[in-house]
Design a protein around this ligand. Structure first.
Ligand SMILES: Cc1ncc(C[n+]2csc(CCOP(=O)(O)OP(=O)(O)O)c2C)c(N)n1
Ligand SMILES: [Mg+2]
Length: 306
């Protein structure tokens, strides 16, 4: 059971990592692109703090840094991976969007991990293995055909998967409401999958609802779907200035910053201590990653299937 200080530390690690990453990109110290999760950290931490990491699998998407850090607490191997360095978690081959750990997989195809996650859950069921699959997806993925096929198959085959929709209401610059018919709950009902929902981007609300959904999947060996309404405070990717969002909308969500909510429950002195400690860890991780070596050319075929 984690106390508020530890929860705040995990959340602040993700925020500080993403802010530092933005700085590195803006100074041209990292090339390519990246997708930050500032504003959405509570979902990653509330969910991953409440699974069994030894048994469960997690699949993610292009916006995966928060999920990765909630599992590992290791900013160094992630920063190095994004910089294409040898000490990166995949020796710099996967970069920001394509990461693998023992029980963690991501890729950059919108909704692309969802069929794979269903396959993993089916495999677990057929092999009688304990644990479930926690599959993160975005609202943009909800309009992909293969995601709908996956929901159908997950329901028919009774596979132990918890779909966790991080509904930040936008897919790149498109407001999802403008391109989405009906509503998610009705869609999920039609697949005969139980639907859980949180609306306020709050750590403890998400945790409570997540625990219920997780318990259902584990005890019934059946899928469940949880939708968390949230908001990304950063752009879609590194160069996005959010010109498609209204100032009113941005201000409304900024006032409800989920990290500030938890910070209020910690003494000012303790909060500052946590923030300073985390900022130093992140700063050193980026500096070490930055000055470390690129991958050794002789291991070029490592991670490549024969
Ligand atoms: C199949 C596919 N189509 C389009 C893209 C380009 N793309 C990258 S991220 C993204 C938006 C995804 O939106 P959402 O699922 O809501 O996730 P969010 O970015 O909001 O976290 C799109 C369309 C892609 N990566 N894959
Ligand atoms: Mg979205």
């Amino acid at each position: 059971m984690k106390n508020k200080n530890n929860i705040y530390k995990s959340l602040y690690l993700i925020r500080s990592f993403e802010q530092t990453l933005e700085t590195y990109f803006s100074k041209g110290q990292i090339r390519g692109t990246t997708h930050g999760c500032i504003g959405q950290e509570v979902i990653a931490v509330a969910a991953i703090n409440n699974i069994n990491i030894e048994q469960d699998w997690i699949t993610s998407n292009h916006r995966c840094h928060g999920h990765f850090l909630a599992i590992t607490n290791d900013p160094l191997v992630l920063a190095a991976e994004i910089m294409g360095k040898n000490i990166g978690v995949l020796n710099g081959r996967g970069a920001s969007q394509h990461i693998r750990l023992k029980h963690f997989l991501t890729n950059g195809i919108t909704g692309g991990m969802i069929p794979i996650a269903c396959g993993l859950a089916l495999s677990k069921k057929l092999k009688n293995e304990p644990g479930i699959v926690l599959a993160f997806l975005g609202d943009g993925a909800m309009n992909e055909g293969y995601v709908m096929e996956s929901l159908n198959l997950a329901s028919i085959y009774h596979v132990p998967i918890l779909f966790l929709l991080e509904n930040n209401m936008y897919a790149m610059s498109t407001r999802s409401a403008n391109v989405t018919a009906g509503n998610y709950q009705k869609r999920i009902d039609s697949y005969d999958i139980p639907y859980f929902e949180t609306k306020d981007n709050d750590y403890f609300t998400i945790k409570k609802t997540f625990q219920e959904a997780y318990k259902f999947v584990k005890s019934q060996t059946k899928p469940a779907f949880m939708e968390c309404k949230t908001f990304r405070f950063c752009g879609h990717s590194k160069s996005d200035k959010k010109e498609y969002m209204s100032q009113q909308e941005i201000q409304k969500w900024n006032l409800e910053d989920p990290l500030l909510k938890i910070r209020k429950d910690i003494s000012e002195e303790e909060a500052i201590k946590i923030e300073e400690e985390v900022k130093t860890i992140v700063k050193e991780a980026f500096q070490t990653a930055s000055s470390s070596s690129p991958p050794d050319p002789t291991i070029i075929l490592k991670h490549v299937a024969n």
